[in-house]
Design a protein around this ligand. Structure first.
Ligand code: LMR
Length: 332
């Protein structure tokens, strides 16, 4: 009787020990989220919200470490690092995937979308959802789209008509469509990382660049660019991306919960994007450091006429189904 009791107690102690060991040894899954922009931007806010939600919903199970301002990787390195497992999530601009797929170039076609509602319709429709998987054969998976907004042209001299851009050097993201877009107006495009743009502008190594209001404001481009043309000529949105190996390796229940947190963080980031496209524009006006040029319909049409022929050059490699679906998304 006594020895039975002793066996029971020993078994219980051993079981408790095992539970304790498992609990202590189950280290949380770490998601390193790397991005290149400031924290007070749509992407910066989205990443921070994602961390907050994940760590609230999955305490002790998943930790998110956010690295803003190209602290960990620039956009030219982040996808390679992701495939090596050095970073688990990122949200590069859709213009930075050319090494992995040609189809995402659709988002760079100038004057393609009438407004952000059309962008939404395209991204959430069948063609946009299919594009989330366009990098899967390379070991990457798009988890969702995040908005920043429409791009404006900033420069050291006023740009009202395409001829004003002739011979000027513009920094662009690593996209051949964007290169062709600037070449179409006789300008010289230079592919450079985001982290170098301010210095290039400040030292006058380049004359201008294209970006959204929130990037122009948060990175202080407006302090070194006396003119900003409100052209709304193209889109800057992001693909929230992970590696298929990391994503498929997550336990099912964790993956479902992380995805829910991400969807909520993206919805929050999109709200921030809409607000900032108005408030950061206003802050730039209030600073009086840069003059905002509003185009007349005739002036805008001149930019459209020069840049839109770029579509033809790229539609085969992008895939006509995507270009047509994007055009159709403009109709409400
Ligand atoms: C840029 O390089 O201009 C942008 O893609 C930066 C960003 O991520 O918004």
């Amino acid at each position: 009787m006594k020895s039975n009791k002793l066996v029971m107690v020993s078994l219980l102690a051993a079981a408790l020990c095992m539970v304790a060991v498992t609990t202590v040894s189950a280290a949380p899954i770490v998601i390193k989220f790397s991005h290149v922009v400031a924290e007070n931007t749509p992407k910066g806010q989205m990443a921070n919200k994602f961390k907050e939600l994940v760590e609230k919903k999955l305490p002790g199970k998943v930790e998110v470490e956010v690295f803003p301002n190209s602290q960990l990787f620039g956009d030219n390195k982040v996808l390679e690092a992701m495939m090596l497992g050095d970073v688990q999530m990122a949200a590069p601009s859709l213009s930075k995937f050319k090494k992995y797929t040609k189809s995402l170039q659709v988002f760079d076609l100038p004057f393609l979308f009438d407004d952000m509602a059309a962008v939404d319709r395209f991204q959430q429709g069948p063609a946009g959802q299919k594009l989330l998987h366009s990098v899967e054969s390379k070991g990457l998976l798009g988890l969702g789209y995040l908005h920043n907004g429409l791009k404006q042209l900033s420069a050291s001299s006023p740009l009202r008509v395409p001829a004003d851009a002739k011979g000027k050097k513009f920094r662009i993201m690593s996209s051949d469509v964007l290169a062709a877009q600037f070449e179409a107006v006789g300008a010289m495009p230079l592919k450079k990382p985001f982290s170098e743009v301010f210095t290039l502008l400040q030292t006058k190594a380049i004359d201008g660049q294209e970006n959204t209001w929130s990037n122009i404001y948060s990175k202080k481009f407006y302090e070194v660019q006396p003119y900003i043309t409100e052209s709304n000529h193209g889109l800057l949105d992001y693909l929230v991306i992970t590696s298929t190996e990391f994503w498929n390796g997550l336990p099912d229940d964790i993956r479902v919960e992380v995805k829910k947190c991400l969807d909520e963080a993206i919805a929050f980031g999109n709200k921030v994007a809409a607000e900032k496209s108005v408030s950061d524009r206003q802050k730039i006006i209030d600073s009086k450091r840069s003059t905002i040029i509003e185009l007349t319909p005739e002036q805008r049409q001149q930019w459209v006429d020069k840049m839109k022929p770029v579509w033809k050059k790229f539609e085969d490699e992008i895939g006509k189904e995507y270009v047509n679906a994007a055009i159709a998304a403009n109709k409400k």
